[in-house]
Ligand binder design. Structure first.
Ligand code: PMP
Ligand code: GLN
Length: 407
């Protein structure tokens, strides 16, 4: 709790009072102080393509982006984002009026909510949700309305006894029931952090139908668009009928190119929506990451080989960690997307993910994230723990050995 002033009024305003330090900072600090393997915060332990790193160096040396870049982003990057959406999804956006570069997806989410919400507006988000959603909704004065993704039948879990594809599922009736006259916006995320669920065409079609029927705006966080596995397919919501005009789509270079520190993200949407988001964004950072914007423009134009290779590499890592966790006794939800694995710790005789994650560094020398932090209904998330697999294979193998030895 924030320090009191002499008037006994808390320093931190009531919109933010419920949000302490983000779990990612807390758990990464714990990993450092205990010398543990950090499978908590989602960042790769190897950098992205060398030629893209060099492109950033070149931009710096050539003096491109060392001073404030244009507010909407450098033209090269806006053109590259538009070309990427066209090439991958057949979505056509005008780089001048329908693309906005942001300081990572985090700023895009905050700016979109600050721009589009009036105090009291309700925002429906899929629970468990990425932690900045709740804080951004709160900063915008909105009210969050969680719709809980629930694991399907335990009979199909990945356990030591056998592997399958248990999934956290959206209940479309629950989603429909959550819409009220005060609902302004759906805040979606697919592929979904932390569950690894990728929304199917059938699910997205129903979501789109509901958005059109109830005249809702949609902000869709698609930062893991290139991390989909097996037979899952990433379908941008904006490609569905009636959605382009009401959808703000968010992407990020951090996940796709393994440069999370560069903080280059983007928004694609029709001009009125981009204009609204830009109004908020210009007073948050105004601009960010000048030289990196040029490098990301080159990255988005990489041939399909890069994207395919990246996915194949992450798929191998997923399978290494999924096997390790299964072998260590966890029940594993094999993700269809993202670079996170959600596990159920109950087969280990544990039920409180918070206590489990706080003890894990001492017990096993590994750090993970308790999914409960991503829930309003904390009890619904209590037994679930998330592990990141965007790490070197030897690191994943060592973590698996440590976990197995600890139980
Ligand atoms: N959305 C989701 C679902 C995430 O997992 C993250 C974390 N990287 C972000 C947004 C934030 O992305 P960025 O680092 O580009 O701000
Ligand atoms: N998105 C990353 C995760 O889910 C963390 C980003 C952050 O630390 N804010 O692990």
């Amino acid at each position: 709790m924030a320090r009191m002033t002499s008037s006994a009024r808390p320093l931190l305003n009531r919109r933010l009072a419920e949000f302490g330090t983000t779990i990612f900072a807390e758990m990464s600090a714990l990993a450092t102080s205990t010398g543990s393997i950090n499978l908590g915060q989602g960042f790769p332990d190897t950098d992205g393509p060398e030629e893209i790193r060099e492109a950033a160096v070149r931009a710096l040396r050539d003096g491109r982006g060392n001073q404030y870049p244009p507010g909407p982003g450098v033209p090269e990057l806006r053109a590259a984002v538009a070309a990427h959406q066209e090439r991958r999804y057949g979505l056509s956006y005008d780089p001048d009026t329908e693309v906005l570069v942001t300081a990572g997806a985090t700023e895009a989410i905050a700016a979109a909510l600050l721009a589009l919400l009036e105090p009291g507006d309700e925002v429906i988000a899929l629970e468990p949700y990425y932690d900045s959603y709740a804080a951004s909704i709160a900063m915008a004065g909105g009210t969050r309305v969680p719709v809980t993704l629930r694991p399907d039948d335990a009979a199909s879990a990945d356990t030591a006894a056998g592997a399958s594809h248990r999934r956290f599922r959206l209940d479309l009736d629950e989603l429909r029931d959550a819409v009220t006259d005060r609902t302004r916006l759906l805040l979606l995320n697919t592929p979904h952090n932390p569950t690894g669920t990728v929304l199917t065409r059938a699910e997205l079609t129903e979501i789109a139908r509901l958005a059109v029927e109830r005249d809702l705006l949609v902000v869709t966080d698609e930062v893991y668009e290139h991390l989909v596995f097996d037979d899952a397919e990433h379908i941008p919501l904006a490609t569905l009928p009636g959605m382009r005009e009401r959808t703000v789509t968010i992407g990020s270079a951090g996940k796709t190119f393994s440069f999370t520190g560069w903080k280059v993200g983007w928004v694609t949407a029709p001009p009125a929506l981009v204009g609204a988001v830009r109004s908020a964004k210009q007073f948050l950072t105004y601009v960010a990451s000048g030289p990196f914007q040029y490098a990301v423009a080159e990255a988005l134009a990489l041939p399909d080989d890069y994207f395919d290779g990246f996915r194949a590499d992450m798929l191998r890592k997923r399978d290494v960690l999924a096997a390790g966790l299964t072998d260590a006794g966890f029940s594993v939800f094999r993700p269809q997307g993202t670079y996170f694995i959600t596990t159920d710790i109950r087969p280990l005789g544990e039920s409180d993910g918070f206590a489990f994650c706080r003890a894990l560094p001492e017990r096993a020398g590994v750090v993970a994230i308790p999914n409960a932090v991503f829930y309003d209904h904390r009890e619904a998330g209590a037994p679930f723990v998330r592990f990141a697999f965007c790490k070197r294979t030897d690191v994943l193998e060592e973590a698996s050995r440590r976990l197995k030895a600890a139980w």
